[in-house]
Design a protein around this ligand. Structure first.
Ligand SMILES: [Zn+2]
Length: 458
């Protein structure tokens, strides 16, 4: 928000608008080649070579020599050893072909579900990769080579197991629930995640029950031991649970927001419906980004308190609305036009009266007594626009280019405000926090010049 004096001096020549903004060190960091764009380039490179490097260090990925690689069997059978996971000679395991994908490089990827006595083993998946000629060149996955003897018959009925799962979830209302069948579950998660080499496991025969509850919201697979009714495991199905929340904002009344449902009665200020997501974190008054999530139990974010936690709702909603403005009005997908995640940090430092973009994220202070938290909509859009400028014009934050940089943030910040809440929008910047910083219509009113080459203060 706050800019050095020489930038203020030039900025009005262009636009009769100017601003205080990023602290210079923050801007220089933003323009350092190690930030944003470089990271994106690195990500692309990683994606390109990903098929040839291990998915993790646990020796699960076997790159094979294409000159000696076998051909992928056309009948969907697993390739013969040694190009498939070794199996214990007498054990009745098998691999069911579940999925065949052909990618744009012409490679084929076949996904096998391991079975024991024709019953699937939960989490035991093996993937075989073939090149354009159908030669197997790599494989990876989890495979249990030596399952210990496991019960093949269920003592409990599916109905009993389903009721057991419902009793355990104990929701007030259900949308649907169903027994999806019998599976084997490795007795401990550690066994399930072993490398296929020498992976032994005790298997438990379980019913896999899908339970979808609406009050409170949850969806999960519950694994019930088919012989004694024990709860063996649960798998959450709401892994990116975008939920419609309602926020009591500090400066813009009650507004709809999207949040993330992480568990029953637990929501946080994250969402993935816009580009690669909008994430709003609690800096906890630190300056080293030691952050946590803001959370709420019922997704009705009436989080007003002395610490101004409600200011986070403004930052979250403001980032969502600024994303929408750029997409709908300028056909731009987020800061980098490639759906860069929008990350905001609230409660930065103690009595910190500033807000800034640092090349990666927006950061907001709580104000200093004479002003409240700097998360009103025009400031949020102002900071986010600095990111847009960095990824488009790349205006250096010095002299005339710096003045233009500031002016664009003020202009777009005000445009977002008028677009999003026209009834109360104003030409004043930051007036909602109790300390108006600038006037777009009368710069002199706040000590700023309105023509080029007029020294500040006259
Ligand atoms: Zn600024």
């Amino acid at each position: 928000m706050f800019a050095p004096r020489y930038i203020r001096q030039y900025s009005t020549y262009f636009l009769c608008l100017y601003a205080y903004c990023l602290l210079l060190p923050a801007v220089l960091r933003a323009q350092n080649p190690m930030t944003g764009k470089n990271l994106l380039d690195k990500q692309k490179a990683v994606l390109q070579i990903m098929p040839y490097i291990p998915a993790d260090p646990s020796h699960q990925y076997l790159p094979l020599d294409p000159r000696t690689a076998p051909i992928l069997p056309a009948n969907g059978a697993l390739p013969r050893p040694p190009f498939a996971p070794r199996q214990h000679e007498q054990n009745p395991t098998g691999g069911l072909l579940r999925q065949t994908l052909r990618d744009e490089l012409g490679m084929t990827h076949q996904r096998y579900q391991q079975t024991y006595c024709d019953i699937p083993i939960e989490g035991a998946i093996y993937i075989v990769h073939a090149d354009q000629q159908g030669r197997v060149i790599a494989m990876n996955g989890n495979w249990i080579t030596q399952p210990n003897d496991a019960p093949a018959q269920a003592k409990w009925t599916a109905e009993q197991a389903t009721q057991r799962a419902l009793d355990w979830v104990a929701a007030q209302k259900y949308r649907e629930y169903a027994n999806t069948g019998l599976v084997y579950v490795p007795a401990s998660p550690a066994q399930a995640s072993n490398s296929y080499e020498n992976a032994t496991a005790d298997l438990r025969l379980c019913y896999k029950i899908d339970v979808y509850a609406t009050t409170p919201l949850s969806r999960q697979y519950v694994f019930i031991d088919a012989n004694n009714g024990e709860i063996v495991m649960r798998l959450d199905r709401l892994c990116s649970g975008n939920s419609n929340g309602v926020a009591q904002t500090k400066y813009s009344g009650t507004q709809p927001i999207i949040t993330d449902s992480t568990a029953t009665n637990n929501y946080r200020l994250r969402e993935t419906t816009r580009g690669n997501g909008v994430y709003t974190y609690n800096c906890q008054q630190t300056t080293n980004y030691t952050y946590t999530d803001f959370t709420d139990a019922d997704n009705l974010w009436n989080t007003v308190n002395a610490q101004q936690d409600e200011a986070a709702n403004d930052a979250h909603w403001g980032a969502e609305k600024t994303y929408d403005y750029y997409l709908n009005i300028h056909n731009r997908q987020s800061i980098d036009d490639n759906n860069m995640p929008l990350e905001s940090h609230v409660h930065y430092g103690v009595n910190y009266f500033n807000a800034f973009w640092d090349g990666q994220r927006m950061t907001y202070g709580d104000g200093n007594g004479s002003a409240t938290a700097l998360t009103c909509l025009d400031i949020v859009a102002h900071e986010l626009t600095h990111g847009v400028t960095e990824y488009s014009a790349g205006l250096y934050y010095i002299n005339e280019s710096g003045a233009l940089n500031e002016a664009f943030s003020d202009i777009l910040g005000t445009a977002v405000e008028f677009h999003t809440k026209p009834a109360t929008a104003s030409w004043l910047l930051g007036n909602e926090i109790g300390a108006t910083l600038r006037s777009m219509s009368n710069p002199n009113a706040y000590g700023d010049p309105d023509t080029y080459l007029v020294p500040i203060g006259t």
